[in-house]
Design a protein around this ligand. Structure first.
Ligand code: BDR
Ligand code: CA
Length: 320
């Protein structure tokens, strides 16, 4: 019945669009959603995830809560200034209450159970800090064999957003990110800021989403604070749907064009903490200037209008 998928998320306005993309796509088998701290605290990201699934008519999808903080160091700050105090531009009240109870299992247990029960490898789309994924792989190394790919929104090739150097999801828990991106052996596609920014949507795209029906109107209504943030960033009315770009690749493999680069994560405590070091020099291991890091796929390009159309069609039901 299509791609088997688990989303690990910290909703978050762009997370909301990403969850919608998977939940509303008939060719996706959304097995579960796990929550993590990030844009707002864990209790909020968890309730946002549950209420979003209710909006999408997907009370069949289990939600389990995961990490409330990073693995090693406590987290200095969240992203309320970008996503609003409730994570959804102050509009989470427009979402229906969740009818499905929160799982008693935690996020790691739910992911493990879903992986073990699956008859084929499962794609996981981590679109928040990587704490739950690091915990899963550390505690249950055998789980890796059941993961088809981790399609991760995170990092930057040439710039950061939380700091000059670091992107928010990686900066939020660099030790977990390094474990997953560098030290593990699971196939990874990293979807960095460089590409998500180029996929930004405009007022016309958002107007079409709002006009598509009650779900589209509610989703568009969640974007106000977030959209204002990106209008300030770009100097014009455009909005970045980071996490939806990653989920597009998770459900439509190859929609993003990837290149293989060695990647490392700065876990120092200086100004580059959380930076993804994407080595584009393509040096051989015998080169004196070679630096280590794991070769992973990094999404560098896509058909930008095609990608925007793909996401809009799925969100508005045009693809159904
Ligand atoms: C990432 O950080 C969060 O604020 C977004 O939800 C996205 O996952 C972008 O840097
Ligand atoms: Ca996110």
């Amino acid at each position: 019945m299509g791609t088997k998928l688990i989303i690990d998320t910290d909703p978050g306005v762009d997370d909301a669009l990403a969850i919608a993309l998977a939940a509303l796509s008939p060719d996706v088998d959304l097995l579960g959603v796990t929550s993590v701290f990030g844009n707002v605290p864990l209790d909020r990201t968890t309730s946002n995830a549950r209420r979003l699934l209710e909006l999408f008519g997907r009370a069949d999808v289990p939600v389990a809560a995961g990490a409330a903080r990073p693995l090693v160091y406590s987290k200095p700050r969240d992203a309320k200034e970008v996503h609003g105090g409730d994570g959804l531009s102050g509009h989470s009240y427009t979402l229906p209450e969740a009818t499905r109870p929160l799982e008693e299992r935690d996020a790691v247990r739910l992911m493990l159970d879903l992986l073990e029960a699956a008859d084929e490898p499962v794609t996981i789309a981590p679109i928040g800090p990587l704490t739950n994924i690091a915990a899963l792989l550390a505690a249950h190394p055998g789980a890796a064999a059941k993961i088809a790919r981790l399609v991760i929104m995170g990092g930057g090739v040439t710039f950061g957003n939380s700091t000059t150097a670091a992107e928010f999801n990686i900066w939020s828990d660099p030790e977990s990110a390094r474990r997953v991106l560098v030290e593990e052996d699971v196939p990874v596609v990293l979807v960095p800021l460089d590409l998500t920014h180029r996929c930004a949507v405009d007022a016309d795209w958002l107007a079409k989403l709002a006009a598509s029906g009650p779900i589209g109107a509610t989703l568009e209504g969640l974007t106000s604070t977030y959209r204002q943030h990106y209008t300030r960033v770009f100097g014009e009315d455009r909005m970045v749907m980071h996490d939806a770009v990653a989920v597009a690749e998770a459900i439509s493999p190859g929609i993003l064009h990837t290149e293989t680069y060695r990647v490392d994560v700065d876990c120092g405590l200086g100004p580059a903490r959380g930076q993804t070091l994407v080595d584009r020099r393509r040096l051989g291991e015998d080169d004196p200037q070679f630096s280590p890091g794991r070769p992973i796929e990094v999404a560098m390009d896509t058909d930008l209008d095609g990608l925007r159309g793909f996401v809009l069609d799925r969100l508005t039901g045009a693809a159904r």
